[in-house]
Design a protein around this ligand. Structure first.
Ligand code: 3IO
Length: 337
């Protein structure tokens, strides 16, 4: 009898194992902002494509809104395998990505699609060492950054002493314009705005609708400041454990996902701005040509600082910058403004 029970138990166990193998792999995917924001919209799109293209052999379990990993522990959390996949905004990790931070320079990208494809091509061309201990699945950017504030910024003078949330290179630009840049991830910005710790933020217009920032920030100023670069990274050991056909599906998706996200965001910022005008009657200001010129001049030292950091990291800064500008030009000609 005892032997029979053991046999039955063994059979049951084998059955379970068989079922697990049939069900395939589940990948966990962590993201820091809320579900309806663009980094999570692209995550759900990627999940659907992967599940379709692997015929269900791979399923993806998504964790938006910092439910698995937050903005600042995302990189480490993926490296250590707390999540299989994670989405990082590279501007939250100063000094960690000396090559890809070239995308965060003030070069006035004309659209998200152009910036995202430029970023992806730079990554595939250079295969930067800074990503050596993870597998990069895709890259994309936010749209060119604008000022959204509680008080009107009609001219650069209105920026003096104004506390604005930003990250990365934009913080430095704000400093040289006399504003008070406050560095924090996007996921902490709603509370900082509510409490009045900051009087506005510098990011892309999608957040007016997706975080309802238009309610508090009724004044928008077009500045076309840098885009924020994003990378979707996977735990290296998990990547190595995947079968070749699954790896191929994920690799084939890299560029396509970058472009899809760029197009989605370019459309969505139009929708978000129209919604904000309709719902909250937000006002939109444009700087004069002369003021736009001032921003450009002030931003120039940033490029020199980036070159210095890149050189220190052993990179050929001039070649990287020239390549990035050439790709930008190529995509601007192909895609248009
Ligand atoms: C961003 C980040 C999270 C959710 C929506 C967003 N739209 C634009 C950004 C870029 C940004 O400000 C950042 O901090 O990465």
């Amino acid at each position: 009898m005892k032997r029979l029970l053991t046999l039955l138990a063994a059979l049951a166990l084998t059955g379970l194992m068989g079922a697990t193998a049939l069900a395939g792999t589940t990948l966990t995917y962590a993201n820091f902002p809320p579900a309806k924001t663009f980094p999570c919209i692209q995550m759900e799109h990627w999940k659907a494509e992967v599940e379709k293209r692997t015929n269900g052999a791979v399923s993806v379990q998504t964790f938006p809104g910092s439910t698995l990993l937050g903005a600042k522990n995302m990189l480490r959390g993926v490296q250590t395998g707390q999540a299989d996949i994670g989405c990082i905004s590279t501007a939250y990790y100063p000094g960690v990505f000396p090559l890809m931070s070239v995308i965060n320079l003030p070069v006035a990208f004309s659209s998200t699609e152009v910036a995202s494809l430029t970023m992806w091509d730079m990554f595939t061309k250079y295969q930067p060492k800074e990503f050596a201990d993870v597998k990069v699945l895709t890259m994309f950017t936010s749209a060119p950054s604008q000022i959204m504030s509680k008080t009107p910024v009609k001219s650069l003078d209105d920026l003096k002493g104004l506390e604005l949330r930003a990250s990365g290179s934009i913080l430095k630009i704000l400093g040289s314009l006399g504003a008070q840049g406050v560095g924090m991830p996007m996921s902490q910005t709603p509370e900082a705005l509510q409490k009045g710790v900051v009087k506005g933020l510098v990011s892309s217009f999608d957040v007016l609708k997706d975080f309802n920032f238009a309610e508090l920030c009724r004044f928008e100023t077009i500045t076309n400041l840098p885009v924020y670069p994003f990378a979707v990274i996977m735990n290296k050991a998990k990547w190595e454990s995947l079968p070749a056909d699954v790896k191929k599906v994920l690799e084939d998706l890299g560029r396509e996902q970058s472009q899809w996200t760029g197009q989605y965001l370019d459309n969505h910022i139009k929708d978000s701005l129209a919604w904000s005008k309709e719902k909250y009657q937000v006002e939109v200001f444009e700087l004069t040509e002369a003021e736009a010129g001032t921003i450009k001049t002030l931003a120039a030292p940033l490029t020199d600082a980036w070159k210095g950091d890149a050189a220190k990291a052993g990179l050929d800064a001039d070649a990287i910058l020239a390549d990035m500008l050439a790709l930008k030009k190529k995509y601007e000609a192909e895609i248009g403004q």
